[in-house]
Design a protein around this ligand. Structure first.
Ligand code: FAD
Length: 526
């Protein structure tokens, strides 16, 4: 341990202060635990919800069975209706509890609207809710690695407090990983801190992942901006450089059609079809959307503007840490996962849970993980005096070669972007392309393992790169193992959906990645 490290103790440590982490921290504190929440950025403005307008899966009791069945029919055989029903119920019970913190808009009859909330205000409200529940928040304090007891259970985490320029350690009986998904350094709105750190930390402790092959979700944005607000683009018309309108089919195929056109040249859009009544309220319901156009001097309702597709990695993809029990514990004792850090196959199957399921999953899994972590802490009592070891590897304490230069670091980020986000590689997958990508990614992983680790703040970026590389290799190997097309995972060399592959794929390991069929899922909750 560094001599000047800040040392804290708590029953529960929550890593990540986005939607899932704040709900987890509140639930753990209300269950009687002392809770520390460590956030890489600022809890209340970080994470992908803070800049979005999250809709939830908000279904009244009488209509739930029907809603779950309809969504399950679009899950390509990988979801679990018992978990779907559970998040619908938890969402219904939880959102009204925010009444003291969040000003719900009202419908024409004066009743509060609970389904869609305004992201910035929602996250500000969650911060206040957590503080009032007694949660101690460490802002600008990324976690870098987990601490472990000799019996393999998780004992807390270590990180770096940017503003105090000092390392920190939190000893805790249980840890909730709520560090979000991995956006592979894409320019997705609000995803700057979503580099998959929690996935790497958990895998170092022995946790396994599930659904990592489902990373092909993209959203449209103006070419010069990260403004991926999909509601407005539902009204878009698209044109190629010659001004010919592109016929856009509904659903997943819309993305692939646009990607094909983008591989041929620039694509332009206009929002002239947006109905007048929506235009009139757009600046209120989605204030930041129009800002990107105002700044560029473009009127999207009358002028054509160039677009790009922004890859979302595992954010509105599916994969994440495998859930082993109903409290959202991972395969590692004492380590819980919530929100986008966890797999969303249980509630979304092979198609994105964005738009309703993911927010409901984040708030529900957050609370279950928080309660589960508090319960574990109650059972175990404090273990702070027992010996713990720090278990971080890649990017933190690697080999003997010199540290990576700035150019080398930038080249690694370009490689991660290219191998994970390029339309031709990720939306039109094949064994040949995946094998070629994996050779490059494996090479980069070996390189990062051989580098000596910088200290202090300089270690943060290298650790993020290591996490993105690890996520890339789980994603690529799982995509190779899934020798079929299913949901968002589409292979040009295996276009059919194979009934024999209607099971989840588990990824594990770091230097050597293994993929196995999840033949004995322990996750049924009915
Ligand atoms: C533009 C957009 C719109 C969306 N709209 C919807 C919608 O309408 N409905 C819906 O269901 N879903 C929607 N989603 C998905 C939904 O927002 C996410 O599922 C949800 O925000 C997940 O919450 P989370 O807490 O797991 O992750 P995040 O909100 O991303 O929070 C993760 C937090 O962890 C922090 N963190 C990361 N690494 C570390 C570290 N090493 N140490 C400490 N902290 C760390 C990050 O800074 C961040 O604050 C949308 C996503 C996007 C990108």
């Amino acid at each position: 341990m560094e001599r000047d490290a800040l040392i804290y103790e708590a029953d529960v440590l929550v890593i990540g202060g986005g939607l899932a982490g704040t709900w987890a921290a509140v639930a753990a504190a209300r269950a009687g635990a002392t809770v520390i929440l460590a956030e890489k950025g600022y809890c209340g403005t970080s994470g992908v919800t803070a800049s979005a307008g999250p809709g939830h899966w908000w279904v009244p009791p009488g209509k739930r069975a029907e809603a779950v069945a309809a969504r399950n029919a679009r899950a390509f055989g990988l979801a679990d209706t018992s978990w779907m029903a559970r998040i619908v119920e938890t969402t219904w019970e939880s959102i009204p509890r925010l009444a003291g913190y969040y000003r719900f808009s009202l419908d024409d009859g004066g009743a509060p609207r609970h389904r869609a909330l305004r992201g910035p205000e929602y996250m500000r409200a969650m911060r206040r809710y957590a503080e009032d529940s007694g949660v101690a928040i460490l802002d600008q304090s990324p976690a870098l690695e987990l601490l472990r007891h000799a019996d393999g259970s998780v004992a807390g985490a270590a990180g770096y407090a940017r503003q105090r320029r000092r390392p920190w350690q939190v000893r805790a009986a249980a840890v909730v990983l709520a560090s979000g998904g991995c956006a592979f350094a894409s320019h997705l709105l609000g995803s700057r801190t979503n580099t998959g750190d929690g996935l790497l930390m958990a895998a170092e402790a022995g946790a396994r992942l599930s659904g990592m092959e489902f990373t092909s979700y993209y959203t449209v944005a103006p070419a010069w901006s990260s403004m991926t607000r999909s509601m407005s683009f539902a009204f878009a018309r698209y044109f190629d450089a010659a001004g010919r309108e592109l016929p856009i089919p509904p659903g997943q195929d819309a993305t692939r059609t646009l990607a094909r056109a983008l591989l041929d040249g620039p694509v332009f859009a206009t929002l002239e079809r947006m109905p007048a009544e929506i235009r009139a309220v757009l600046s209120r319901i989605s204030p930041n959307f129009l800002l990107a156009f105002d700044r560029a001097g473009v009127d999207p309702f009358t002028q054509r503007f160039e677009i790009a597709l922004r890859g979302e990695g595992t954010v509105r993809g599916i994969g994440g840490l495998r859930i082993a029990d109903r409290a959202c514990q991972t395969d590692v004792p004492g380590l819980f996962a919530a929100g986008d850090a966890a797999t969303r196959e249980l509630i979304a199957g092979a198609t994105s849970g964005g738009g309703a399921q993911n927010s409901s999953w984040a708030l529900s899994s957050g609370q279950w993980a928080g309660e589960g972590a508090a319960q574990r802490a109650r059972m175990l009592g404090r273990r702070a005096n027992r010996r713990v070891e720090r278990i971080g590897g890649a990017g933190l304490r690697s080999g003997a070669a010199r540290a990576a230069s700035e150019q080398e670091t930038a080249a690694l980020i370009d490689l991660i972007r290219d191998e994970n986000l390029a339309y031709d590689k990720n939306l039109f997958r094949s064994e040949e392309k995946l094998t070629r990508s994996l050779a490059k990614l494996d090479g980069a992983w070996s390189e990062i393992r051989s580098r000596s680790a910088p200290s202090g703040a300089a270690s943060l970026r290298l650790r993020e790169i290591a996490a993105m590389l690890a996520a890339s290799r789980w994603s690529g190997r799982a995509a190779l193992a899934r020798g079929e097309s299913r949901g968002m995972h589409q292979r040009t060399d295996r276009p059919a959906t194979e009934p024999a592959l209607a099971h989840r794929l588990i990824a594990s390991g770091l230097d050597r990645v293994e993929i196995a069929a999840d033949v004995a899922p322990q996750t049924k909750v009915a």
